[in-house]
Ligand binder design. Structure first.
Ligand code: TRP
Length: 332
């Protein structure tokens, strides 16, 4: 069985963009592979953030993951900072990571540009990400296209570490591969940017039926469709992309036809989508509410996940320390 690792930042809200783009696939992968899924709180602190809400956002993200069907019986779900080996390996990998590669990362450049003062942690973000995956010697990494450059760097870090430190017959890191989802990327409700909580353009998986409808009503559609009588083009409509995630193939065909012929207005199309989304998300909301009522249970489940992850992490670190020549502390 292949080992799979992926991570998600604790934005506090799992939204339909995360769901259709990533987490939905994680739920399938957990039955096919040996999976670890991590709430990456240490990545989240590389940019300015609200310390007072981080722990709650971390729990909320975990609740969302369990509610959509990640099952602690099938996958190891945990919080990154609960397994300190992530940061230990991060440091060790820093020593084989070329600075130039870090400076070339487009995500770093984008994020750095938007900040007055850039922390070293932001530059090293991809090294921590490499540590996340290599710590478990995972070979498959389900991610979106925006992470491909980080994946390439991760492979380079693995190669460099192996070239420098693998000794005969010894331990080596496998080079991880990206597992790209084929799903079309859902944009935010503004139809402009990636769906993201910080941009306020999301529909949360736990939003109420009323909120879902309130948010969908004004959402961007095919920009060329100005009046009700104009025919639309579903291929360039973000709402149609969301239909592809929540509506049956028959409904999608009906929606596309009524859009192209101006048989329906955008609101008619959105009403059908809202109904399907509300129906699909009702059980998710119900599970989330049950979990939220029992936060200590969620924390215990996360703790158990971290304990399992840590067993694997320690095995790797014993080898890594030995290969790198660090003196072991010996038996007490
Ligand atoms: N950087 C990833 C993102 O923003 C999150 C992440 C952290 C990750 N560590 C990872 C993804 C390891 C895959 C593997 O989406």
């Amino acid at each position: 069985m292949a080992r799979v690792f992926s991570g998600i930042q604790p934005s506090g809200e799992l939204h339909i963009g995360n769901y259709l783009g990533a987490v939905q696939h994680w739920v399938k992968l957990q039955r096919q592979h040996d999976c670890l899924f991590c709430v990456v709180d240490l990545h989240a602190i590389t940019q300015p953030y609200e310390a007072s809400s981080l722990s709650q956002r971390t729990i909320d993200m975990a609740v969302g993951l369990y509610a959509v069907g990640l099952d602690p019986q099938h996958a190891i779900v945990f919080v990154q900072s609960h397994v300190p080996e992530h940061t230990e390996l991060n440091w060790l990998l820093n020593t084989v990571t070329p600075l130039g590669e870090l400076e070339r990362q487009t995500q770093f450049k984008d994020k750095a540009q938007r900040q007055a003062s850039v922390a070293a942690g932001l530059l090293n973000y991809p090294v921590l990400q490499a540590a996340d995956v290599l710590l478990y010697r995972a070979t498959l990494v389900p991610v979106g296209e925006d992470q491909l450059q980080h994946l390439e760097l991760m492979r380079e870090i693995a190669r460099r570490w192996n070239a420098r430190f693998t000794n005969n017959g010894g331990f080596a890191f496998p080079e991880p591969q990206a597992l790209l989802s084929t799903a079309k990327r859902v944009l935010g409700l503004d139809g402009q940017a990636k769906m993201s909580k910080s941009l306020g353009n999301t529909i949360g998986l736990l939003d109420s039926p009323e909120t879902i409808w309130e948010k969908l009503k004004p959402a961007a559609t095919d920009p060329a469709r100005v009046t009700r009588k104009d025919p639309g083009n579903p291929d360039i409509c973000n709402i149609f992309t969301i239909h592809q995630g929540f509506s049956s193939p028959e409904t999608q065909a009906r929606v596309a036809h009524n859009c192209r012929t101006a048989g329906w207005g955008c609101l008619d199309c959105k009403r059908v989508l809202a109904d399907n989304m509300i129906a699909a998300l009702a059980p998710v909301r119900e599970r989330a509410q049950a979990l939220q009522a029992e936060p200590s249970g969620v924390r215990a489940t996360l703790r158990a996940g971290a304990a399992k992850a840590r067993v694997l992490a320690r095995e790797t670190m014993t080898q890594v320390r030995r290969c790198m020549g660090l003196l072991d502390a010996g038996e007490a």
